[in-house]
Ligand binder design. Structure first.
Ligand SMILES: [Zn+2]
Length: 395
């Protein structure tokens, strides 16, 4: 019975140690053991050792818990190492009274006289068992903390990756002629448009210092054709039915579409015009040739009037008027031209485009100019560096 009381006293001390700050845990255990006689002192020492052992791993948990983060840490540190009283009901003849104070624990320890050897061995075994049980629980807690830390690390890593994606420049298919989506940024808006920023054969250019040579004659094999028409948000564009050709030397290109810019994108010796028409052609291999016809104020143009008459009411809506338009009426009488290798003047700014800029401008009436300026007051890309490109011009 006395041994049992001693065990109870030791257990109480251990409980107190676990509940209080870990570094001080060994102290009360040692104090409690002090008044005990020699034989009982062994048991008390074992209890003190146990309390000290318990204190150690508790400290070990604290560190990873703190690193792991504020949320998980308190639950692990604050949780007592011992879930239930160390004494099993089977170990005590009578259950201990509810309120046990430190004084009664001291008294109990002091009252113990020498126990017999058998009891001593029995107690040691039980303490060892309890110690093993508690170590296993601690190991489980450490493992759980490590698992939680790993999960939190993985979550943080995932969040960081998402943040990188969010911070990356957004890919867009929208472009404009000023502001954030303007010509200076076209190359950055979409990777497919990188030529707009990095290309060295870009259009338009300021045409000057052309080499005067005998250029191939241009033959415009155009005829009245049906067409569709669209205000695509960047310009008014006319798509012609098949059968209109441009022949330059041995090259033959088919007219695909024409559209308008205001002011003219091209400059000749630093000077532009109020508007320009771009007639876009493609050959059998997909190579592009664009004919630029500069527009000045003057006489009204019938073909332009037909185009204006049939602009769809809504942007992006494709109109099919069911009448014919003769693109030949858009061309000047004289066939002299400048020619150089350049690019499309809007995204994706594709290079290897043959440019043919007619020397003689055409005219449109002030009313015709005014109508387009209401839709597109400015839809021209600024001139690009010529990068030493050769410009040829007709003699
Ligand atoms: Zn154009």
């Amino acid at each position: 019975m006395r041994n049992l009381i001693a065990l109870f006293a030791c257990s109480f001390v251990m409980l107190s140690a676990s509940a209080s700050d870990a570094p001080h845990a060994a102290k009360p255990a040692a104090e409690a053991a002090k008044p005990a006689p020699d034989a009982a002192k062994k048991t008390a020492d074992a209890a003190a050792k146990l309390a000290a052992e318990l204190a150690k791993p508790a400290k070990a948990i604290e560190k990873p818990a703190a690193e792991h983060g504020a949320k998980a840490a308190p639950s692990i540190v604050a949780k007592p190492l011992i879930d239930k009283p160390l004494i099993d009901k089977s170990l005590v003849e009578k259950p201990p009274k509810a309120a046990v104070t430190a004084a009664t624990a001291d008294k109990a320890a002091a009252a113990i006289s020498a126990p017999d050897d058998e009891d001593q061995v029995d107690l040691s075994v039980r303490i060892a068992e309890r110690l093993a049980e508690m170590r296993a629980k601690q190991a489980a807690r450490v493992a759980a903390a490590a698992k939680a830390k790993k999960a939190a690390d993985a979550r943080r890593k995932k969040e960081a990756a998402l943040a990188v994606v969010a911070a990356a420049p957004k890919v867009s298919t929208h472009w404009d002629y000023d502001g954030e989506f303007g010509p200076d940024n076209w190359g950055k808006i979409n990777p497919a448009w990188s030529q707009c920023g990095k290309g060295n054969r870009q259009s338009p250019i300021d045409i000057r210092d052309g080499i005067k040579v005998d250029l191939d004659e241009i033959d415009f094999d155009y005829r009245p054709s049906t067409f569709t028409e669209i205000d695509n948000g960047h310009t008014v564009q006319v798509n012609l039915a098949r059968g209109n050709f441009l022949n330059v030397g041995v090259e033959r290109f088919e007219l695909v579409q024409f559209h308008f810019h205001r002011p003219s994108e091209e400059k000749i010796n630093g000077k532009g015009t109020e508007m320009v028409i771009h007639l876009v052609h493609r050959d059998a291999r997909g190579r592009l040739a664009v004919v630029a016809v500069l527009l000045e104020r003057g006489k009204a143009n019938d073909a332009i009037q037909t185009v204006w008459n049939n602009i769809p009411l809504e942007k992006g809506q494709l109109g099919a008027p069911g009448i014919e338009l003769d693109a030949f009426e858009l061309l000047p009488n004289r066939r002299e031209y400048y020619t150089y290798m350049g690019s499309l003047t809007e995204p994706p700014c594709t290079e290897n485009v043959l440019w043919i800029v007619m020397k003689q401008p055409m005219t449109a009436s002030p009313a015709q100019m005014a109508l387009f300026s209401r839709l597109y007051p400015l839809n021209a890309r600024p001139v690009q560096a010529s990068e030493g490109r050769m410009v040829k011009e007709s003699n």
